[in-house]
Design a protein around this ligand. Structure first.
Ligand SMILES: [Zn+2]
Length: 868
């Protein structure tokens, strides 16, 4: 890493480049210990510029040769620095040729060209391309790429890059080469290269206009039997995007390569997606139901980027949500269409609330289109992605599905092949639908989670119901005052028996305070507000337990049915917390327990839906609603309620457990996933019931499981308990799966997330275990990041959890700053904890900040956190 001083970049400073790049030719000569990169860049000056100097980004490059129009440059004609190369006197148009040497095998940041195992691969978003060659490394410089690469044929039989394959063949000395041409102009962050000895699964897809596309999914040979579901998901994605958006694939070939060492989930490089193995490899024995869902969603996401991201890209990195918010929204729609839409919506909202809402409450709170950054890689956040998707969803709700499609068509008519801004997308949707979305722009510029307070009045004589809405938004760093947002609120009214009094309406809340009138309402209604979670807001609405029960039992919107249950459970848990804090012991809300009995007995509910309704809200979602977090108290209260549900429903859970058992062959079908999920929810309750044989049931399921979902669910239950069966199961699991990297990751995270008393000691020991590798991001996420999210042990009162994680951050910062910064953000919420923990977390942040040569990535997170 070069020791660059952290400088802040601002969105308002955007200016186009003085020079365009008209075409690029890259040549890679790959050897085990180094790579030679020859770049020929055709530059031409823009007509509105008269610049004669040109700065090109470059990092950790060893310049070997440099020519302009074939003439070698002398040392006075350019300047080299840690950040790049400055050409001091250039003409209106010229060809720059450079040869640089790089050392991919020493690149532990996994940005640029690096080695994963014995394979060469790349990750260029956001600023990785400058670690490959000197370039205008920014998304608004789009051009066509020709790439040739050569390597030893025996060690690297597969040589891939973007676009269509033009030529390949053998050269002298046992080497071979391939040549690629991508006719679609693209920015450097979408460049990719892979060279390795890989297994492959082949298939084809015929597009809607009849073009044949060759499809390839690659992995290390030993995993080549785990590629079928990824291929199937790719084909489904291609079909879906044609049907729903009219987007037809635009090249002859599509490659996906699974890589073991990868900082992100996956990368949408044009026609050569590079994937974390976790989102490609699957078999019933090694992957869980949620792994299968993750593969389908991420394969879809990267494929959908081909239009939303690659064909139309971002003008600058501040516009990241232009491609990410939109593409997350599209992958959510795709997964909803492939599986159970209502349950998918619940999953998406759970992520938003437990991750993004927390961001909004912390020192890193930023709008989905940030105004400044130090390290761009720190802004690949849940706010940009998940809240960004919610902002797109609100537009979809406001104009409807057909209106949204017209807007998307107009967006491509206007901007295909260009690098544009979030405003260009918003205005395309507005213009296609004759809507004014100028107030809606505030969702892009204001940070924070708006709160909507609802109150109501009913006039029985006039049969008129009035819903009064008031919106507010807490200050966030740099934004003390907020203007009112434009918020779509999907709302319906029911009577006490669950009959609909007013069908679903989109209430458009634009003022700070606004009344909505419902006529011909024959009885005082129960309000179902914010249906389908139609806006990323919190709702402040006092509804009685009996109103919540009506919604839980009858709401025609499945999301709100679940939501009513979660609100009911949250109320029960917070009541228990109050009692525990006062040293009282009281029984949990009998009404709530009754409602759980009703759900468990409901014969109309699908097993999948029932499993969601039976789950209590998670620790992250609950702590997000507290002003001051005492993790121990919260955990105790949640545990009391969980045990009470388990005890009350013990027989029913056993009965359901048996009823959901099956000896069908494994399929990741919606129906089977729902049954397994319900069965495992029952098992998890039974494992904490005060009496009964839950522990033996876990041990039996663990021993007999024929698929990873059942195996790891049972293991996770046992890992939480201080029982002898735990150690046996953990040892057996490792013994069986030690050669399967992704399964070892599960083994690590099950232990790191455990609530058992010896978790901390175990995690410290696991960090030294041969199966752990601090250079592999999946291993770090499984052990360290999972532990940093452990509500009990990360926050242990003596501070040992905090010290351990801070040590890990310091160690990681030297190897992989992106990952180190992610882990460091575990401390960002320090100011929301009770005083003793708060102080200890802050001390660890200070200790990290005092470290010499801290990377800009980690330093930005730590400094912002300390300002809270
Ligand atoms: Zn993406």
């Amino acid at each position: 890493m070069s020791d660059t001083t952290a400088t802040v970049k601002y969105r308002k400073d955007y200016a186009p480049t003085d020079f365009r790049i008209d075409q690029v030719h890259l040549d890679f000569f790959l050897e085990d210990e180094y790579a030679l990169v020859t770049a020929e860049l055709n530059f031409s000056r823009r007509t509105d510029s008269n610049a004669t100097k040109l700065f090109l980004d470059g990092e950790d490059l060893e310049l070997q040769e440099i020519y302009i129009d074939g003439m070698a440059l002398s040392a006075e004609q350019y300047l080299l620095s840690d950040e790049g190369l400055q050409l001091l006197d250039v003409a209106e148009s010229f060809v720059l040729k450079t040869v640089v040497k790089i050392q991919p095998q020493l690149n532990t940041s996994l940005s640029g060209l690096y080695k994963s195992g014995s394979m060469f691969c790349t990750q260029c978003e956001s600023l990785g391309f400058r670690r490959i060659t000197y370039y205008l490394d920014r998304p608004d410089v789009m051009t066509t790429f020709k790439v040739s690469l050569s390597a030893d044929k025996e060690k690297f039989p597969v040589l891939l890059s973007n676009g269509n394959l033009m030529d390949s063949g053998d050269t002298a000395d046992g080497r071979h080469y391939s040549e690629w041409h991508d006719p679609h102009p693209k920015p450097s962050y979408l460049f990719a290269l892979v060279a390795g000895d890989l297994g492959v699964l082949r298939d084809t897809f015929t597009t809607c206009s009849g073009k044949l596309v060759s499809l390839y999914v690659y992995s290390e040979h030993e995993n080549a039997d785990k590629l079928a579901y990824a291929m199937q998901s790719l084909i489904e994605s291609m079909k879906w995007d044609e049907e729903v958006y009219g987007f037809e694939y635009d090249l002859e070939i599509y490659n996906i390569v699974a890589v073991g060492d990868f900082n992100m989930g996956a990368m949408e490089n044009k026609s050569l997606n590079v994937f974390n193995t976790a989102y490609v490899l699957s078999s019933p024995e090694t992957a869980t139901d949620s792994d299968y869902e993750g593969i389908e969603g991420v394969i879809g996401h990267e494929y959908f980027h081909n239009y939303t991201g690659n064909r139309i890209t971002c003008r600058d990195w501040f516009q990241l949500t232009l491609k990410e918010g939109l593409t997350v929204f599209r992958d959510q729609q795709f997964s909803a269409d492939m599986g159970d839409a209502a349950l998918k919506r619940i999953d998406d909202v759970n992520v938003l609330r437990s991750v993004q809402f927390r961001e909004d409450m912390g020192p890193m709170a930023h709008p989905i289109r940030p105004d400044s950054y130090v390290a761009m890689d720190n802004f690949y956040t849940s706010t940009v992605y998940n809240k960004g998707a919610e902002v797109i969803r609100m537009m979809h709700t406001l104009v409807g599905a057909d209106g949204f499609r017209s807007g998307s068509d107009l967006y491509f008519e206007r901007y295909d092949g260009q690098a544009v801004s979030c405003d260009d997308f918003r205005l395309s949707i507005a213009d296609a639908n004759n809507r004014d979305f100028s107030q809606f722009e505030l969702w892009y510029s204001q940070a924070g989670t708006p709160k909507i307070s609802l109150s109501s009045s009913y006039d029985a004589d006039a049969q008129r119901f009035v819903l009064s809405c008031e919106q507010s938004c807490q200050p966030t760093p740099g934004q003390d005052e907020k203007l009112p947002f434009h918020i779509p609120l999907l709302t319906a009214l029911f009577d006490k028996d669950g009959n609909e009094l007013a069908g679903e309406r989109v209430l458009e809340l634009c003022e700070q305070r606004q009344d909505f009138v419902f006529e011909n309402i024959t009885t005082e209604p129960v309000v179902s507000a914010l249906r389908k979670f139609s806006a990323p807001v919190t709702l402040d609405f006092e509804q009685s337990d009996s109103d919540l029960q009506v919604l839980m039992s009858y709401d025609s919107d499945t999301f709100n049915r679940w939501e009513a249950g979660q609100r009911f459970a949250t109320r029960a848990i917070f009541d228990l917390m109050t009692s525990l804090a006062e040293g009282k012991s009281i029984a949990p809300s009998p009404k709530f327990l009754d409602s759980m009995v009703e759900i468990a007995n409901d014969k109309q509910l699908s097993p999948g839906m029932k499993s969601y309704l039976l789950c209590l809200p998670g620790h992250a979602a609950l702590s997000g609603q507290l002003d001051v977090i005492d993790p121990e108290l919260l955990q105790s209260a949640r545990k009391v309620l969980r045990t009470a549900v388990a005890d009350r429903l013990q027989d029913k859970f056993s009965e359901l457990y048996d009823a959901m058992s099956s000896d069908e062959a494994y399929e990741p079908s919606q129906e089977q996933i729902g049954r397994r999920r319900l069965r495992n929810v029952c098992l998890s309750y039974l494992s904490v019931a005060s009496t009964g044989n839950g522990v033996e049931m876990c041990a039996t399921q663990f021993a007999d499981a024929s698929n990873m979902t059942d195996s790891v669910s049972a293991l996770a239950c046992l890992a939480n308990l201080d029982v002898p069966q735990r150690q046996t199961a953990l040892s057996d699991f490792f013994e069986k799966w030690q050669d399967e990297d992704l399964v070892v990751d599960k083994w690590l995270s099950v232990q790191a997330s455990s609530s058992a008393s010896d978790t901390f000691a175990r995690v410290v020991a696991l960090k030294e275990h041969p199966a752990f590798d601090i250079r592999n991001p999946n291993k770090v996420r499984s052990l360290i990041r999972t532990f940093a999210a452990n509500p009990v042990h990360f926050h242990s009162a003596d501070g040992e959890g905090y010290r351990f994680v801070a040590d890990c951050v310091l160690e990681l910062d030297k190897l992989n700053p992106q990952i180190a910064a992610r882990i460091a953000s575990a401390f960002a919420q320090w100011h929301r904890y009770e005083p003793s923990r708060s102080l200890q977390m802050k001390q660890q942040l200070q200790r990290i900040s005092e470290q010499d040569k801290l990377s800009p990535d980690t330093s930005e997170i730590v400094k912002l956190s300390l300002q809270a």
